[in-house]
Write a protein that binds this ligand. Structure first.
Ligand code: ADP
Length: 477
């Protein structure tokens, strides 16, 4: 089974959030279960630098009027073939992968178009996929191009990693994307008089998936559907939720190069050392018996961090500590910086993106706060489980599917792995933080049991890889 994944992120070279982690892990896990998976990404400067020996493997004479484009073929260090779409006018720029310079529609229209072209015609060596697997809106026009071009084509899968980002543009761009005008209708790429990349993908792809079973259900409802719930409900029989996994090569407290001391479920004493080192690094009081809550997150409305901000005083009044790493919304950045200033030694805030510190935070923290308003899957709570930080999460999407609340019943039947709250409400989060502190301070043996159970949970990519294989087999009959 040959599969081509197309996306805009790939850890460790281009990563904004979980999408980069997924692309680094899923194709590799698929290759381990017999799927011949390859990846296509724009030739961002970071990737061109990382793969200077990438070989020419095909090209297009004129990519949407922007000039010639080349497909360069490299291999990741793990051996996954990686095509780089070399279209310098579009991708050879400084900045993040999504930095808005006014032509994102063209950059990602070109990525979609090139993916469709490569999947339909194959590369210069004759490699052609049976499945084109598109990830998020930046690639979502690929199934539309394939359907509109007609003729022989690979089957298509559209995976939603976050429905909130859709790629909506003025209808005038249709022509610049070389889309026929008949594509601009409700049964096409049209969305309330505008062109929507994601809508196009969700309409034209053969199968749809998202990254947790609960999110797959939620997005069929107006509250979570971001305006696309009608279409998703209409296509419910083609829509499946497959959980993401944890890449143990990157995320393991037993081997992470970012940790000074290692530990695992059977040998947890190293975690105490990590906590002490973290407190020292962040200038928090070096108190071993004080519960330390961490946050590692994009600072976006989705993540519900305003609920944490409104709970800082409460958390401190319980004697706990808070350590946050994140970047994004300026108002939230300002609010957290002020909280850190006000509660020196109790609250530490690092604004920015720091992969190594993310590992140290999870290793040193007792709990991780993830109060998301919605969460397609969420990876940080999975990493936290593995690193022995109990996740405190809102009951939504993948958070609901991966964390079991601690109650008398779940303690008794040994299923508890963290704390789960609902609805989105600062007071309810506050109560949950109180519950967590009570367990930590007054029932340390129970806390240790819950922690150990979480560390043993197996969110392996192998399981997800097999589920995607079943999905491909279903499509191909
Ligand atoms: P999302 O993709 O919505 O941002 P996920 O939980 O699926 O959320 O994935 C987030 C990923 O990004 C995780 O690997 C997390 O560790 C990482 N991350 C988020 N913010 C930061 C940051 N400020 N520094 C380092 N890593 C971060």
């Amino acid at each position: 089974m040959r599969v081509l994944h197309v996306a805009a992120e790939l850890y460790p070279w281009v990563k904004v959030g979980g999408l980069g982690d997924v692309l680094a892990a899923l194709p590799l896990a698929q290759r381990e279960v017999g799927v011949r998976a390859r990846i296509l990404l724009p030739a961002y400067p970071a990737l061109k630098t990382a793969f200077p020996d990438a070989e020419l493997a095909g090209g297009m004479a004129n990519l949407l009027g922007t000039g010639a484009a080349r497909f360069l073929l490299a291999r990741t260090p793990e051996g996954v073939p990686l095509y780089l779409l070399d279209a310098p006018a579009l991708f050879d720029r400084p900045g993040g992968p999504y930095d808005e310079t006014g032509d994102s529609y063209l950059r990602f229209g070109a990525l979609s178009c090139a993916a469709a072209w490569l999947a339909k015609h194959g590369d210069a060596h004759g490699w052609r996929p049976r499945i084109l697997h598109c990830h998020d809106w930046q690639t979502a026009l690929a199934p539309a191009y394939l359907a509109l071009w007609g003729g022989d084509r690979p089957a298509t899968v559209m995976t939603i990693h976050n429905l909130a980002y859709q790629g909506i543009y003025d209808k005038g761009v249709l022509e610049k994307l070389w889309m026929p005008s008949e594509a601009f209708r409700n049964a096409g790429v049209e969305y309330h008089g505008q062109l929507s990349f994601l809508k196009g993908g969700l309409h034209f792809a053969d199968r749809l998936s998202t990254v947790s079973p609960t999110y797959a259900r939620e997005i069929q409802e107006p509250a979570f559907g971001e305006g696309l719930d009608g279409l998703l409900a209409y296509r419910q029989h083609d829509l499946v939720g497959i959980l993401n996994g944890v890449d143990g090569r990157v995320w393991s407290p037993a081997s992470s190069p970012h940790l000074a001391t290692h530990f695992d479920a059977a040998h947890r004493s190293g975690k105490k050392v990590c906590k002490n080192l973290l407190q020292r690094e962040l200038h928090l009081a070096e108190a071993p018996r004080v519960p330390l809550f961490a946050v590692v997150s994009r600072l976006a409305t989705q993540k519900g961090l305003d609920l944490i901000l409104s709970n800082v005083e409460h958390l401190v009044s319980l004697g706990a500590q808070l350590a946050l790493l994140g970047a994004g919304d300026p108002a939230l950045e300002k609010g957290f910086k002020a909280a850190a200033h006000h509660h020196r030694g109790r609250v530490a805030v690092r604004i920015g993106y720091d992969e190594a510190l993310a590992h140290r935070l999870l290793a040193g923290a007792d709990a991780l706060l993830v109060p998301s308003r919605f969460e397609p899957c969420g990876l940080t709570q999975l990493y936290a489980l593995k690193y022995g930080a109990l996740p405190v999460v809102r009951r939504t999407g993948g958070l609901a599917d991966t964390v079991v609340d601690t109650t008398a019943a779940t303690l008794a039947d040994s299923t508890a792995t963290g704390f789960v709250f609902d609805p989105v409400d600062g007071w309810v989060l506050g109560e949950t933080i109180t519950r967590a502190c009570e367990l930590y301070v007054h029932h340390p043996r129970d806390w240790a049991r819950v922690q150990q159970r979480g560390m043993k949970r197996d969110f392996s990519w192998r399981v997800s890889a097999k589920r995607y294989l079943e999905l491909y087999q279903e499509i191909l009959g």
